[in-house]
Design a protein around this ligand. Structure first.
Ligand code: TYD
Length: 135
């Protein structure tokens, strides 16, 4: 599966709407970890790295933000502002999160437990890993 916006189930109800995600059904991986990013001061940027193994699905549970996904050649920007959309990102993509609105809440579902060794934090190393350039 490529980077894509997944439309999640949305159960509309006059009492308030409800959405959900099931592993291996709405997203193509088992969920090993859930984390969330919140209280982001205006203008701050999160991410700015790639994962060797981690696949993820990012949901704007509240507010809005942009996710810039880069395969080493092409950058795509996804604006997330609805809690029934998930952005699926396979491993091996450089990604940054920007333009957080006040009180935004980013939920990240991850296919791996936390491992610092899974991060590629150097962009040239990322390009090298993608074999687009040789250092
Ligand atoms: P990082 O993934 O670099 O944040 P972001 O990509 O959103 O800018 O993580 C920030 C710090 O938090 C880093 O020291 C690692 C730590 N961390 C954990 O300990 N466990 C986790 O599940 C995550 C996502 C981060």
């Amino acid at each position: 599966m490529k980077v894509e916006i997944i439309t999640l189930p949305k159960i509309e109800d006059p009492r308030g709407n409800l959405s959900f995600i099931e592993q291996l059904k709405h997203i193509p991986f088992e969920i090993k970890r859930v984390y969330w990013i919140y209280d982001v001061p205006g203008g701050q940027v999160r991410g700015g790295h790639a994962f060797k193994k981690q696949q993820e699905c990012i949901v704007a549970l509240s507010g809005s933000f942009d996710v810039v996904v880069d395969d080493g050649r092409v950058k795509q920007t996804f604006s997330l502002n609805r809690s029934y959309y998930g952005l699926y990102i396979p491993n091996g993509y450089w990604r940054q999160m920007t333009n957080f609105s006040t009180n935004s809440l980013a939920l990240v579902l991850s296919s791996t437990e936390f491992s610092d060794e899974d991060y590629i934090r150097d962009y040239r190393e990322f390009l090298n890993a993608k074999n687009w350039v040789k250092i």
